[in-house]
Design a protein around this ligand. Structure first.
Ligand SMILES: [Zn+2]
Length: 510
């Protein structure tokens, strides 16, 4: 007897619907799975057999052939278990046959009969929904991550016996109130900008970075609070829109990462160590997985100790910074992952960390310093808009320093973002950081005095034309934070200041 049930597989971060054909026939008893299945699926045979037996059902003593169609797609993962088990139960007439095209099954079977969660459940649920599936049985573990997908019935099951009860509609499924548990936003877990003592310039620069989606580099010795600042970035950014949330969750789901903060709408912040491999940073590996740059999609990628990263690895960031996605080539095909992030980088001013310090002497030679700084190539520096020189921490205790809260910063960032959304509503881009060429002159119109100021900067400070573009972008964001349509000289002067920070280290000839 032939039975067909549906499940899904992943290609990159997208699901593809798979038909599981289960045929039971008389003949020498056996169990085979065909249809370009990798070893993880072949192992399903043992899990499914024991799971069925330990759940009080009988495993048919027949010749069982399972075909995963279409056979042209390479399949991997443990989530095929459940659909194979259901197919066998229907084919052996232990459970009723229903409407196969409108149902799907996504879970791993365990030996004691439990139905377990799988990675990448959300993108698979989305793919099944677009294919017209109306009801999906999945594990309780995966249920919450998929609740954002509307207009589809998601039925969480504990074990195979529980599944059979739900399948025959003998058990009521809980309503979606489970989402209420995660509805509250817990900013407190991320800390607050008011925790940061001093560093007013860095805090201001982060406000600008969050408002215009600019990439930034903080330069300062160890222990000045660079990591503390980067960690708090999501608290001053707008919450993710539903569309952004789903896009970000798909990536995290495929990588098997926790999803709680994204479900709350908080942008992700990723902080990979400088020893990270190329594949872990940009994506790749045997089973092509998204890397840190994609896990930071719609959020923050924080790279501490920037010059310590492998130079070739850093150069790989250029494409995603420009195009907001990364393409990973494989022999047969290429996989694309979205990677639209704000890059916040940090570094010491020199290898020993004391260059420019009032309290500690720098022990580095000029050559050592230059080699250290040269690790960050010109093209990569070109993609950074804001350069910040961190203050050295004071050794005297000054409790009276005024700090600004994340809530205050977020309010101004939201207003500045709103200006950009309105201004760029007919454009292909949506933030000041993306302004270039014709758009730059269209949206950053300058008064005669402002033009003169830039010309002076160009001549006297020897600021290159490329840097002038960056100055205008930043000035546009500063004006947006000030609720001004016109870029004023004060906005330009502040923007020039961030450029001068870079000149102090790398000179002007960029
Ligand atoms: Zn030094």
């Amino acid at each position: 007897m032939l039975t067909i049930v549906q499940t899904c597989t992943l290609i990159g971060i997208d699901g593809v619907v798979i038909r599981v054909e289960v045929n039971l026939s008389n003949g020498l008893p056996g169990f085979s799975i065909v249809g370009l299945a990798d070893p993880s699926i072949k192992e399903a045979k043992e899990r499914v057999r024991v799971c069925i037996q330990n759940s009080g059902f009988s495993f048919p003593v027949k010749k069982i052939v399972v075909n995963l169609a279409p056979a042209s797609i390479k399949k991997s993962g443990t989530h095929f278990d459940f659909s194979i088990a259901v197919g066998i139960l229907i084919a052996s007439e232990q459970i009723e046959k229903t409407t196969p095209r409108s149902e799907a099954f996504l879970a791993e079977c365990s030996l004691n009969g439990d139905i377990r969660g799988v990675i990448g459940c959300l993108p698979m649920v989305l793919a099944l929904k677009s294919a017209g599936v109306k009801r999906i049985f999945l594990s309780e573990e995966n249920w919450i991550e998929c609740l954002m997908v509307k207009e589809i019935e998601l039925i969480p099951v504990k074990d195979l016996t529980d599944f059979v009860a739900c399948y025959h509609n003998k058990k009521e499924t809980e309503p979606r109130s489970a989402l209420d548990k995660v509805d509250q936003i817990h900013y407190s877990v991320l800390g607050d900008f008011s925790d940061i003592q001093g560093q007013s310039e860095a805090v201001r620069a982060m406000q600008i970075a969050a408002a215009g989606r600019h990439n930034a580099l903080m330069i300062g010795g160890p222990g000045v609070g660079k990591t503390m600042i980067a960690k708090r970035m999501p608290t001053i950014m707008p919450l993710l829109t539903e569309e952004e949330q789903i896009a970000t969750m798909k990536i995290h789901s495929v990588a098997g990462m926790p999803l709680e903060t994204i479900i709350q709408g908080l942008p992700p912040v990723r902080m990979p160590h400088h020893t990270i491999t190329k594949a872990a940073l940009v994506g790749g590996g045997n089973r092509v997985l998204p890397g840190e740059i994609s896990l930071a999609h719609h959020g923050i990628l924080f790279l501490d100790e920037l010059p310590e990263f492998d130079r070739h690895t850093l150069e790989l960031l250029r494409e995603p910074i420009e195009e907001h996605r990364i393409r990973i080539a494989r022999s047969a095909h290429s996989i694309e992952f979205p990677s639209d992030f704000i890059l916040i980088a940090a570094m010491n001013p020199c290898p020993c960390g004391n260059y420019g310090s009032k309290y500690h002497p720098c022990t580095c030679s000029r050559r050592e310093r230059k080699r250290y700084l040269d690790h960050i190539s010109g093209p990569l520096r070109d993609r950074l808009d804001l350069f910040i020189e961190m203050e050295e921490p004071l050794y005297t205790y000054e409790p009276s320093q005024k700090t600004v809260t994340s809530q205050e910063l977020r309010a101004s960032v939201l207003l500045a973002r709103q200006h950009q959304t309105e201004r760029y509503q007919h454009e292909m881009f949506h933030s000041n950081a993306e302004l270039a060429g014709g758009e730059l002159s269209k949206y950053c119109q300058l008064s005669r005095d402002s033009k003169r100021l830039l010309q002076q900067a160009n001549r006297k400070l020897r600021i290159s034309l490329r840097s002038i573009v960056r100055i205008q972008r930043i000035a546009r964001t500063i004006a947006d934070l000030d609720q001004e349509d016109q870029i004023k000289e004060a906005h330009l002067l502040e923007a020039i200041h961030y450029k001068q920070n870079s000149s102090r280290y790398w000179g002007d000839g960029e």
